[in-house]
Design a binder for this molecule. Structure first.
Ligand SMILES: [Zn+2]
Length: 179
């Protein structure tokens, strides 16, 4: 026998996922980048700081970190659906991640983003260790040369000062025991 309350909840969540996909399709386009970075995600309209640009949705959980996975907590990694999984790393990103109701991350503008601009986030803001970017191609003025991961950021790094990183990293992130 099915529980009508659970079924109702599931259908609302399904609608919610469909809405999220529609919003993502309106907000961004997946295009090829100039240069060596393959595909990237580009804004399809202007965004003000604080606006959600991409709603992250989980494709599947991963047993361990992969080059494309997102770290959600200590020892918790997931592959996100497109377009989130395609967003490139930058050491000076225009997006920050914020946990969302789907158990994933939303990607929020942290500066004014004009239409047609590539949107990027700093992989070190979710990954304690990062294996996705060995040599960084972001070409920003403050490029670290490699995405490294949160554990490699200097204490005075703007990301640490601004607090634009996954909440789990707040918890005794200096412990070398944790991955
Ligand atoms: Zn860089």
């Amino acid at each position: 026998m099915s529980n009508p309350h659970i079924n109702k909840g599931l259908s609302i969540l399904t609608d919610d996922v469909a809405c999220a996909r529609q919003l993502n399709a309106r907000n961004v386009r997946v295009l090829s980048t100039d240069g060596d970075r393959g595909r990237g995600v580009f804004s399809a309209r202007d965004f003000l700081p604080g606006e959600i640009v991409i709603i992250g949705l989980i494709d599947r959980m991963e047993r361990r970190r992969t080059t494309n996975s997102f770290q959600l907590d200590w020892n918790v990694h997931a592959l996100f659906q497109k377009p989130a999984v395609i967003v490139n790393h930058s050491c000076e990103p225009n997006l920050a991640i914020v946990p969302n109701r789907f158990g994933a991350y939303d990607f929020v503008a942290i500066e004014h983003i004009s239409s047609g601009v590539e949107v990027t986030w700093d992989y070190a803001t979710s990954e304690f260790e990062c294996i996705g970017v060995s040599v960084c191609l972001c070409s920003s003025a403050n490029c670290r040369g490699t995405a490294g991961g949160f554990s490699k950021l200097p204490r005075d790094h703007p990301t640490l000062v601004s607090g634009f990183y996954a909440p789990y990293l707040n918890q005794t992130w200096t412990s070398s025991e944790k991955r």
